[in-house]
Design a protein around this ligand. Structure first.
Ligand SMILES: Cc1cc2nc3c(=O)[nH]c(=O)nc-3n(C[C@H](O)[C@H](O)[C@H](O)COP(=O)(O)O)c2cc1C
Length: 354
């Protein structure tokens, strides 16, 4: 837990309420303040550290990870908090409720979250109606898509295509999520044969919008490498690494006994390792978006040194509060990232040169 005003004074209030109720309350407040956020965004200085990746200009390389704004309810807020991009979703083609509650658990002492949400989604049509046209937001908007629970893997490609066709008009980039641990058998889509087919069909449906693939951190030796190579060969423009883990640290905290995906601080080392493996497999062929347990500028730089061009945050935002990205930006001023990534940014697909 951090030492800031939010962590000391507001998080204890949030922590006392049910995790999912708090999540919905925060999003409802952000939604209510959308008009204010829209007015303030052009007036309030935002962190700047331009990075170019998959043909897009990112004003700042730290973004919001998928899963917090699943249904595009608070798009106006994310630039105001300092994010350089925001990924909404996962969105499924048809609406679905997700798993039974409780399905979201916090362990503040560990800076960790376990979730088994199971792609609760308003569905592609409803979310599509909330998206402004591509390239009109102050920051790039990524749209992360998944398949419905009742769609068998053999028909999965059709679900990804349907979601992409409904949502691409509002997506600066798209992400095919084949790595949530909470939809039965979804991760089997990461086997090279399945993945090649799903990505090829999705790239075609994306009609020129860059399409990334989000992978899990729980692969055996060689499997991750085969998966990301298959994705890139099928036309993926980037890899997001990584999703939550099914593994658990050796710790008695009761939340760690809940089934589902673990995120936050205990995921960080594994996420760094996963990014390093992806980079070793695909090199500079496509950029990597690093995500997992980032709480500080130093954590973000660790992912960059492992091979990431962009970095995303979710869990730390819950524990540290809305000032997190600006505080990271402050710590990055004059830090290595400015030299490493900023310097490379002008030369196209940028990443750290360390
Ligand atoms: C409650 C919760 C819901 C999530 N939902 C999604 C999702 O719908 N799609 C997705 O690709 N990732 C989802 N994620 C994973 C995050 O995008 C991210 O990959 C992971 O949490 C690691 O980052 P972090 O440690 O900064 O949270 C979710 C994470 C959490 C905590």
């Amino acid at each position: 837990m951090g030492t800031g005003f939010y962590a000391q004074n507001l998080f204890p209030l949030v922590a006392r309420s049910d995790a999912e109720a708090a999540h919905h309350a925060v999003l409802a407040v952000l939604h209510a303040f959308a008009p204010l956020a829209r007015t303030l965004t052009p007036l309030v200085p935002r962190p700047v550290l331009p990075v170019r990746a998959f043909g897009l200009e990112f004003p700042f390389p730290i973004g919001l990870a998928a899963g917090l704004d699943k249904h595009a309810q608070a798009l106006e807020t994310w630039p105001l908090l300092g994010f350089g991009f925001a990924e909404i979703g996962t969105v499924t083609p048809r609406p679905q409720p997700g798993n039974a509650r409780p399905r979201l658990f916090r362990a503040p002492e560990l800076g960790a979250i376990v979730n088994r949400m199971g792609f609760n989604s308003d569905g592609a049509t409803a979310v599509a109606g909330r998206l402004p046209p591509r390239a009109t937001s102050p920051i790039p908007i990524g749209v992360n898509v998944g398949k419905n629970k009742d769609t068998p893997n053999e028909a999965a490609a059709q679900d990804y295509v349907a979601a992409i066709e409904a949502l691409r008009h509002g997506a600066d980039y798209l992400v095919v999520n084949v790595s949530s641990p909470n939809t039965p058998d979804l991760r089997a889509l990461q086997s090279p044969d399945f993945l090649h087919g799903v990505v090829q069909a999705s790239v075609q449906a994306a009609a020129g919008v860059p399409l990334l693939v989000k992978v899990a951190p729980d692969f055996g030796p060689g499997e991750l490498e085969e998966a990301v190579i298959a994705a890139v060969e099928a036309g993926a423009a980037g890899i997001v690494a990584s999703n939550t883990t099914l593994s658990r640290p050796d710790h008695p905290h009761p939340v760690l006994r809940e089934s589902g995906g673990l995120s936050g601080a205990p995921l960080h080392a594994l996420a760094v390792k996963t990014v390093r493996r992806v980079y070793a497999a695909v090199g500079d062929r496509v950029p990597i978006v690093g995500v997992g347990g980032v709480r500080s500028a130093e954590d973000a730089l660790r992912l960059v040194r492992a091979g990431a061009t962009l970095v995303q945050v979710y869990s730390a935002l819950v524990f540290e509060g809305p000032g997190l990205v600006r505080s990271m930006a402050h710590d990055l001023q004059g830090a290595q990232w400015t030299r490493e990534i900023g310097a490379n940014a002008s030369s196209g697909n940028s990443r750290a040169s360390v």
